[in-house]
Design a protein around this ligand. Structure first.
Ligand SMILES: Nc1ncnc2c1ncn2[C@@H]1O[C@H](COP(=O)(O)OP(=O)(O)O)[C@@H](O)[C@H]1O
Ligand SMILES: [Mg+2]
Length: 321
């Protein structure tokens, strides 16, 4: 048995021990890819004959795979034929007749995936793009004794298959998941550091998603994305109670009643000095006026009557609130 000690960032330490599922998610540059590449090489050294597969949802060419990263690692640590590694065009031979292969899930069906049954490690890179179908195909396929499924990803949406699996209410048995960000990476390079700072100033709307591993909450290009993010950054979004002594103002935008009508919206506000507090927001499409009124009645708007502000074309909608 050969062992080699890669230096592991503290954040990944929980992933060193064997586990059926291992996950590392977070923002760009946290060292996720490097960590799993090193762990994979180490596992190949520890377990002669091990077969591993590096997976992406879509892999049109090997250039898109982790092959290059693994090759660079082998070279950096002077691991070669003497240790049982040999790089070929499509695969990398590993110690003890072991093998590392690279594949895209979209090229597989229920039949073809069976070729992976003898594999002891499957590492899914950019796992946020893995479809539910691919995940369902993969899980039962990696079935060898003590086999492991690894996932590294930059979260996109809570509903993505990997997030459902490894960040849901109940984790699968034997799952270890860590969150890693740039600040956890002791080898965070200065070029990325500059990129990160530039992102903070030029694209603050995407910063949390790209660099801190947050879900993509604000769509890029959404009208008010910049203002909303600024409001959040300045602590202007939080929990507020209505002031019972102040008059409430309702700002309405009127929608029609058809299914394709614009939304009917109500902002419930109070003016406190120069501050405008937006307490509640209501939006409904295609509902009758009575539905909007029912919502208004259900709100505790205080003892005083509310002022109602209609848009300039309010009277043409024929609505009287
Ligand atoms: N174990 C490591 N050895 C060498 N460099 C590393 C290591 N981990 C991270 N780095 C550096 O940090 C950068 C980001 O790491 P990477 O694994 O690509 O992050 P992620 O996959 O989380 O985006 C790499 O390009 C490299 O410069
Ligand atoms: Mg990566």
């Amino acid at each position: 048995m050969q062992t080699l000690i890669f230096e592991t960032a503290r954040v990944f330490a929980p992933l060193l021990a064997p586990a059926r599922y291992k996950g590392a998610y977070g923002g760009r540059g946290s060292g996720k890819s490097h960590f799993f590449a090193e762990l994979l090489i180490e596992d190949h050294l520890r377990e002669p004959g091990l077969r591993s597969v590096c997976i992406r949802e879509v892999q049109k060419t090997l250039k898109e795979s982790s092959k290059r990263l693994l090759e660079d690692k082998l070279a950096a640590y002077a691991l070669d034929t003497r240790h049982g590694f040999k790089v070929y065009n499509e695969v990398i031979a590993a110690p003890g007749d072991g093998l590392k292969t690279f594949t895209g899930m979209q090229d597989h069906n229920a039949e073809s995936i069976k070729s992976l049954e003898g594999y002891g490690r499957a590492w899914v890179e950019e796992a946020q793009t893995l479809s539910a179908r691919s995940l369902a195909l993969l899980r039962p396929t990696i079935r060898q004794e003590a086999s492991e499924l690894w996932f590294s990803w930059n979260p996109r949406r809570k509903t993505d298959a990997v997030d459902q699996l490894l960040r849901g209410a109940t984790l699968p048995t034997g799952a270890v998941v860590v969150r890693a960000n740039w600040s956890d990476n002791p080898k965070f390079p200065s070029v990325l550091s500059q990129e990160r700072e530039d992102c903070l100033s030029t694209n603050p709307g995407q910063y949390d998603h790209i660099w801190e591993g947050g879900y993509a909450t604000v769509l890029e290009g959404a009208y008010f994305a910049k203002d909303l993010n600024l409001a959040r950054a300045q602590g202007r979004i939080g929990k507020l109670a209505a002031d019972p002594l102040l008059r409430t103002k309702l700002f309405l935008d009127l929608g029609g009643t058809g299914a394709k009508a614009d939304a009917f919206v109500i902002w419930v506000c109070q003016f406190v000095g120069r501050e405008i507090r937006v307490l509640k927001y209501y939006e409904a499409v295609g509902q009758p006026l009575s539905a909007h009124l029912a919502w208004l009645h259900a709100q505790d708007l205080g003892p005083a009557k509310a002022d109602i502000w209609l848009p300039h074309d309010g009277s043409t909608h024929g609505s009287r609130v």
